[in-house]
Design a protein around this ligand. Sequence first.
Ligand code: UD1
Length: 420
Amino acid sequence: MDKFIIQGGARLAGEVVVSGAKNAALALMPATLLAAGNYKLSNVPRLRDIQTMTTLLRSIGVEITRANGVLTINSFGVSKHEAPYAHVKKMRASIYVLGPLVARYGRAKVSLPGGCAWGPRPVDLHIESLRKLGASIELKRGYILAEADRLKGARIRFEVSSVGATGNALMAAVLAKGTTVIENAAVEPEITALALFLESMGARIGGTGTNRLEIEGVDELSAADAAMIPDRIEAGTFLTAAAVTGGNLTLRNTIPGHLAAVTDKLREAGCVVRTENDCITLSAPETLQPVDVTTAIYPGFPTDMQAQWIALMLNAKGSSVVTDAIYLDRFKHVPELARLGADIRIRNNTALVRGGKPLTGTTVMSTDLRASASLIIAGLIAEGTTEVLRVYHIDRGYEAIETKLAALGAHIERTRSDEF
Ligand code: UD1
């Protein structure tokens, strides 16, 4: 296992090119099951989660090769319709194969994902929406077994806005007979990217980018190519990393509008943030102001930036309140940040962060992807050496983060850890 060794105290300055969005790629890759054909997906980041999806799709019979950030995908040979536990337990987004397999091949067997590092994350909405579309679904021995002759258009209204369930329902509905209306659909940019990709494959989708999607099912789709949108969470993570150190940053290959909730909060904290075309520049103040955030569905402040915001607020002058309204238990990073000297109290789904206390480097452990990012951010301002163990979590979602941070002047290196 690898670990990161960080010497705190460097002020970050320079430029970062943002990678393609992991969560867009994880939705678009399984969409290639919807039509046998040859696809090219470009600007795909090199990440463990992408590797997991690649392995899963290969096990189903899809051929995938990678060169220069481009995945060449041939989905002519799909021969299996199963996502085994071994894959799904590594990555919940594996459930994205459910909708396309049922829609195109009339059956799917997908492992239930089970728990998650930050509490329960049910998949009931995925299952219910497929039932509404006419699939018969049984839950047996930890698996979702779904069957349908041909799915039929239906009205689906999600009680909770869900990125994954919207993606699955959308991928299923594009090949269903008749019209499907999805209400309270997720409007996250990665879902919009999926809808646009499906449209380029021949799907008929109205309301793309809104929370009401109207899909006119078609008999057949055909292969298409797509470039991944920039990763807004990677971009937000670098902005907070630069801000916490009092640094300056230019981000290239961004869509500034996707990050408005984060950049607005950074401005409130005293940063000067400018956006132009695909570029965001940030200049941090000497002293950060405390700023409260509450996570929300897009275009609100993303839950995937909550842990990084808490780390940023550790260096603010005063107290702030960070509430996660999407995942109520997503605070595994807090006890680890406390090991660095952070003063954070958790009550229900709220963290009270008392900023301005000096942090001192020690060994901390990654528990999940964004928690790991917050430990690195805190390590950048902790006095002395911080060791972040189990960086395989960070490798799930950040491409070469230590190389990108080091290019900005951070003292960070990756080494092997003896930990087992
Ligand atoms: C996606 C993102 C993840 C992000 C999350 C919220 C991917 C691969 N992952 O995850 O990084 O943190 O959106 O922005 O894109 N829910 C249910 N039943 C369901 C499904 C979801 O109750 O069947 C609830 C969840 O518990 C949660 C809320 O809906 O409270 C939103 O979760 P959801 O949008 O589904 O997250 P994911 O798609 O799993």
